[in-house]
Design a protein around this ligand. Structure first.
Ligand code: FES
Length: 111
């Protein structure tokens, strides 16, 4: 059995983030929300694992994405929801020559 091939998808230019510091992109047919925090970009599957609201419409506060639906707080680094046993799928990102690349494969799966 061969190891999975990691694929990177070019999404947006780092310079295209506006004042709201977030963008909604398509990664391999999946909606993915990008959040720019300082020099880093974090990528989350856009559809909340709780009741399917768009995380793109959420806010970033104290190192977490806060869902607009019921205010679950998903850790920017891990995707785990504070006070919950669930995890929002997140994706690796990298920035090459000013372009944000997102892994086509989620880093975490909902549990
Ligand atoms: S839909 Fe996201 S917390 Fe309920």
């Amino acid at each position: 059995m061969s190891a999975p091939v990691e694929e990177w998808v070019a999404t947006v230019q780092l310079s295209s983030f506006g004042a709201r510091k977030k963008m909604l992109v398509d990664v391999a047919g999946e909606p993915v929300s990008l959040f720019k925090v300082g020099p880093d970009v974090f990528a989350f599957h856009d559809i909340c694992i709780h009741q399917e609201r768009s995380l793109f419409k959420g806010t970033i506060l104290h190192g977490a994405v806060i869902c607009p639906g019921h205010q679950w707080k998903f850790d920017l680094e891990t995707g785990y929801a504070e006070d919950q046993d669930e995890c929002q799928p997140t994706y690796e990102t990298k920035i090459v020559d000013g372009t944000v690349f997102v892994s086509a494969t989620p880093r975490k799966q909902a549990i």
